[in-house]
Design a protein around this ligand. Structure first.
Ligand code: XIL
Length: 392
């Protein structure tokens, strides 16, 4: 009797009684065969765990070994951007993207294509031609149509999700009160020359070229990271309008570039759920969590608490995705601090990825592993093409 009471007390302290009869389910199964990699653990709930490949160094053995073992979907950091695929007008070079697709196939990964329409990383001949008037707006539209068609056709059948359009919405930090009425930046290169309608056209052209790819709108700070949720609201209203007009958009990607100097976006799960309520897939497409560092070489945080903060932000971000069944992939924007884009773009910051400068896994990595272990019994299982790691 006394023993039983003690046992019950011990179990309730562990919080196991409240969890009900299924609390132990799965916890002791397949101990030796239980997955430990991010891709293997994520597969248990049908989630694809991804990385961008940056730098594009698939000859570096320790680097490619981690990429192959840990991730089940890959995004080219730069190799599918217009600047890279058409450096000289009319001369197409898809070799980088082809190499990534081959790497993905060899490792049974899927591919996120990135990106067909963006104001950044455009070829010089294009921006120069527009600036000096040798490329008219009508020609610019034709060139874009051609570019999207060429690229989406080239990779037809190889791309799971395409980031068709990237970063069109104004940010609260752009200034202006109130920020632009419909949220689409009027300063955007494409909007300035061709009007907002060009975004919907890009989706139509991509769909015509590769009807089976899931077409995504991708942006940052669209899951409450701006503190106001204004950008998320604006993207939500716009996507709803696009869908009502029959524009073929199948998903919304939140990039997930977080910074410990700002609070964690507490609306992330709700915002992802709201996009999903429109019948869309959602994804976290470029996750990293930056913080201030002592120097770029070691990337040690200036504040030791940042070790916990970065891990906590990663953990919360992954959980937001895990809890939303329509969140089909969680992709980090590079996995090694030494290769991250952060030190080059955000002065004094770094420590943003899951592996340190010596390619050792960090606290954030172990926390995500733990989350995925728990998710097996606690998160909804995703279905569809990406959900089956051995699927097509
Ligand atoms: C970055 C790349 O990682 C860098 O190598 C490149 O110099 C600039 O672009 N949002 C995006 C990505 O959608 O394409 C960007 O990638 C990071 C921010």
């Amino acid at each position: 009797m006394r023993l039983r009471t003690l046992a019950v007390a011990a179990l309730s302290m562990l919080g196991l009684l409240a969890a009900g009869p299924t609390a132990f389910a799965g916890s002791h199964t397949g101990t030796s065969a239980a997955p430990t990699t991010l891709r293997g653990l994520a597969a248990q709930v049908g989630l694809r765990f991804g990385t961008a490949i940056i730098p594009f160094d698939l000859n570096n053995a320790p680097y490619t070994q981690i990429a192959a073992q840990q991730f089940s979907v890959v995004t080219p950091g730069n190799e599918m951007k217009w600047q890279v695929v058409e450096p000289t007008q009319g001369v197409l070079d898809f070799s980088g993207g082809d190499r990534l697709v081959a790497f993905a196939k060899a490792n049974n990964d899927l591919v996120r294509g990135h990106t067909l329409l963006w104001h950044n990383q455009l070829p010089n001949w294009l921006t120069t031609g527009v600036a000096n008037g040798t490329i008219s707006n009508d020609q610019l539209r034709d060139l874009l149509h051609q570019h999207i068609t060429d690229e989406a056709k080239h990779f037809k059948g190889e791309i799971w999700q395409w980031d068709v359009a990237n970063e069109f919405f104004a940010n609260t930090f752009d200034g202006g009160t109130p920020p632009l009425p419909d949220g689409i930046s009027t300063n955007d290169f494409w909007v300035k020359h061709l009007g907002e309608g060009i975004i919907g056209d890009a989706f139509r052209w991509a769909h015509a070229a590769d009807p089976k790819a899931l077409l995504f709108y991708n942006d940052f700070n669209i899951a409450g990271e701006d503190g106001t949720n204004l950008k998320s609201n604006n993207v939500f209203a716009w996507v709803k309008t696009m869908l009502a007009q029959g524009v073929p958009i199948q998903g919304v990607g939140d990039q997930g570039h977080l910074d410990t100097q700002f609070g964690f976006p507490t609306r992330m799960e709700q915002d992802l759920t709201r996009f999903a309520s429109l019948g869309l897939k959602v994804a976290v497409t470029e996750a990293d969590v930056r913080t201030f560092v002592v120097d770029t070489a070691t990337q040690q945080p200036t504040d030791r608490l940042a070790v916990f903060a970065t891990a906590h932000y990663y953990d919360q971000m992954l959980k937001a995705c895990l809890f939303v069944r329509q969140c089909i992939s969680f992709t980090v924007w590079g996995f090694a601090d030494a290769d991250s884009w952060i030190p080059g773009f955000f002065k004094g910051e770094g420590y943003a990825t899951l592996w340190d400068v010596n390619l050792q896994p960090k606290t954030s990595f172990f926390d995500l592993q733990g989350d995925l272990r728990l998710a097996k019994d606690g998160a909804p299982h995703r279905t569809g093409r990406g959900a089956d790691p051995d699927g097509d």
